[in-house]
Design a protein around this ligand. Structure first.
Ligand code: 5AD
Length: 349
């Protein structure tokens, strides 16, 4: 185990068998060291900075039917909503006033938001907030769509690969294609986006072998951003009785991803904060360096339920930003409200 930890830290590399062996033989003591080493590695590229992104969840309509997600189209109980362009811009305006210079526009796969509508939205965002980075997280689209949105000024794109194992991917995504998912990610990279991939921890049927595949997929793709969070079962989905992921297992994946891909920007996810009040702080201490407070209007927050009991959806939500910032600062990090580009990107507005 010492040899494997050394290789991970010094060479940022492990192969499939080594990762599986490492996961099977991790002790509580080794985990503590793993998290510390990951936190130190993060400092190499980003110091103690924690980058803030304002998240705007602008539609929860979705044409896909992912077994784990509360927004799946078969969930008739989901109350659907769409924000208007005006409402989206108002959310961003509020975020801008608070100091945010990085916005993430996320939705289900909602084809109401056509290429023309999205280009208009991004163009308006860029006119109003020229120095802000715009990230889209709206699922699988065509290469032409991705190009048009990039040309309109979109800087980044988040599209978690969800599961690098073809069989696991297929068991969770009826009607979707693993190859198309991977192709979308490669296309986004080719176009020039800063790209985010990632996966959930604790999916039913997920083994150490699968997790090793996820880590090696990320290592090979080398995305600029990596989102890893625990799977949290939603009662209106086929996976309602599944166990779900733990904070501890997710921390191990975050730390390993940090050591395998040292320069990635990695969010401490809302899902971590939902499972454990201090889950996001724990993620930061295990190598994460991004936080994405929700800027969506209070009236719709509860409806954007990928999973249940999501934090920051209640009356306290308007305090989100100051609450998060105080907690991050208290934990010894430096809040960074700039665009927060990946260290190898220098695209000026
Ligand atoms: N629990 C945790 N994460 C989820 N996601 C979707 N459903 C759930 C769930 N039940 C994640 C997916 C998706 C991201 C936006 O949220 O990985 O890519």
């Amino acid at each position: 185990m010492e040899g494997l930890l050394g290789k991970l830290v010094e060479q940022n590399e492990l192969d499939q068998e080594e990762i599986v062996y490492f996961l099977q033989h991790l002790t509580p003591e080794l985990k503590v060291r793993l998290f510390d080493l990951a936190a130190q590695t993060r400092k190499l590229h980003y110091n103690e900075n924690v980058f803030m992104r304002g998240l705007i969840e602008f539609s929860n309509f979705c044409k896909q039917d992912c077994l784990y997600c509360g927004l799946r189209r078969s969930n008739a109980a989901a109350e659907r909503y769409r924000l208007t362009e005006k409402e989206i811009l108002e959310c961003a305006e509020e975020g801008y006033r608070l100091g945010y210079r990085s916005f993430v526009l996320q939705s289900g796969e909602d084809f109401h938001f056509t290429e023309a509508r999205m280009v208009r939205l991004v163009t308006s965002m860029k006119i109003r907030f020229p120095e802000a980075a715009i990230t889209l997280s709206i699922g699988e689209r065509s290469e032409a769509f991705y190009r048009a949105l990039f040309d309109a000024g979109t800087d980044r794109y988040l599209l978690r690969h969800e599961a690098a194992s073809r069989s696991l991917y297929q068991s969770l995504h009826p009607g979707m294609s693993y190859d198309n998912r991977v192709n979308c990610l490669r296309t986004l990279k080719k176009i020039g986006y800063q790209v985010g991939a990632g996966f959930m921890v604790g999916l039913p049927g997920q083994t150490h072998e699968h997790l090793a595949e996820d880590l090696l997929f990320l290592k090979e793709l080398h995305p600029e951003m990596i989102g890893i969070g625990p799977f949290i079962p939603h009662s209106a989905t086929p996976l309602k009785d599944a166990q779900g992921g733990t904070v501890e297992d997710t921390l191990v994946m975050i730390a390993m991803a940090r050591l395998l891909i040292p320069d990635a920007l990695m969010p401490a996810t809302t899902a971590m904060g939902t499972l454990d009040h201090t889950g996001r702080e724990k993620a930061l201490a295990a190598g994460s360096n991004v936080v994405m407070p929700i800027l969506s209007p209070l009236s719709v927050r509860r409806k954007y339920a990928l999973y249940e009991n999501k934090i920051c959806t209640g009356d306290e939500a308007s305090q989100c930003r100051s609450c998060m910032e105080m907690r991050i600062a208290a934990a010894g990090y430096k809040i960074d409200l700039t665009r927060g580009d990946h260290c190898s990107f220098n695209r000026t507005p």
